[in-house]
Design a protein around this ligand. Sequence first.
Ligand code: AMP
Ligand code: ZN
Length: 474
Amino acid sequence: MALKIYNTLTRTKELFVPIEEGKVKMYVCGPTVYNFFHIGNARPFIVFDAFRHFLQYIGYQVIYVQNITDIEDKIIKSANEENVSTAEIASKYTKAFFKDIEKLGIKKADYYPKASAFVKEMIELIKVLIEKDYAYESDGDVFMSVEKVANYGKLSGKLIDKLQVGARVEENQAKRNPLDFVLWKKAKPNEPFWESPWSKGRPGWHTECVVMSQHYLGTPFDIHCGGIDLIFPHHENEIAQAESASGKKFVNYWMHNEYLNIKGEKMSKSLGNFFTTREILKKYDGEVIRMFFLSKHYRSPIDFSEQLMIEAQKGLENLYNSLRLADFSPKSEFNETEQFKEAFSKYEQKFISALEDDFNTASGIAVLFEISREIKKRLSKNKKITKQEKQDVYLLAVILYRLGKIIGLFNKEEKFQKNIDRNFEDILGLLIKIREELRQRQDWELADKIRIGLKKLGIILIDKKDGTEWEVVL
Ligand code: AMP
Ligand code: ZN
């Protein structure tokens, strides 16, 4: 078995060879904390978190860094709009970020550097770039001179000549070339600033990620990730700075997830066509959102729809159902027989080779459904199940559970606590009856208490003409 990754830099699927044996150093561009992140932003957060889970499963020690962009123009704009300081905005949305990713079941990164904590190091990098004549100061701003950068455009495949034709003529006369990008930005009145040799100002976004990633991971490091919108200019400009300053390769593998679209268009704050992850989390459990993203390959676009979310919910429920039908409990002791080992190895191999093929979670999840179908098929025979058959089914459930765990599924312990089946339905029926009586007596408050209480437990009541039905949701 061998892990292959599609590397944006070479536009090919490459065999993954880590710099240090047994270790993977990876960096994922994090959120700009000026607003609640939208469900499109959740895609890289979830996908690369799952990728990390997988890398750990196949034996790598992973150092996982995700930055918090807390210095950026959008934060200043947001602070002005909300009439508070930029630090307050950044702190509010950083907290919100952590709360939301926890609900998405994302494991904590090893490090969450904040840009504001690394300004000194950013200034040092810019100084080196000026000394080496890659960058120049102009009226308090500092720019990177792209023409001086060897192979500028190598990540995005953009050629300087073509870019130049397309670039609009900047009003900013401070730049020597319209393509030059800012490393240090002089502060305007009322903007936050840090002291520097050039002006009171702030670093540019591209400089931030170079410094934070190298600080924790060194140069070069293994994998740098983000959405495809970051290929140009963000990641191209990271490479330009890092490699010009150090003279070494910056990153070996670049992984980029495709967009979450909405009606064919990229979901984005600026277009206003977004749902915040918070909003979606009110309706669907974080694990459903994980299932939603992992059901597709990370390099395929997804068009967001309620229908797809419901499908993900049903799919996940289907898997949990099979586990419940098999009486599976993650807490039960399980004796790993030879028969188990053999069956596990067969499915594991299939699952792992799907994920090793550029992290094809869609094919991996298909394996989970295959096991789930097998469990149901064996249980649906029209005869009493023997003890042996029950054990065989349990064995399949253990396999299903263990494989799902590799990509961060099956964390809802409470979903395994069913096996009170009949009791459960009887008690629910009784509650529905009592509620019905309360409604007839017009005691809406108490009737609602039952409905809301059940909803909190993941049971939705649906009132129909001829009675009330119920549904278990995640
Ligand atoms: P931002 O906070 O805008 O820097 O974005 C955080 C991450 O979300 C980056 O990796 C972006 O590439 C990614 N991203 C932004 N919009 C989308 C989208 N519609 N679909 C998938 N990823 C996105
Ligand atoms: Zn970045």
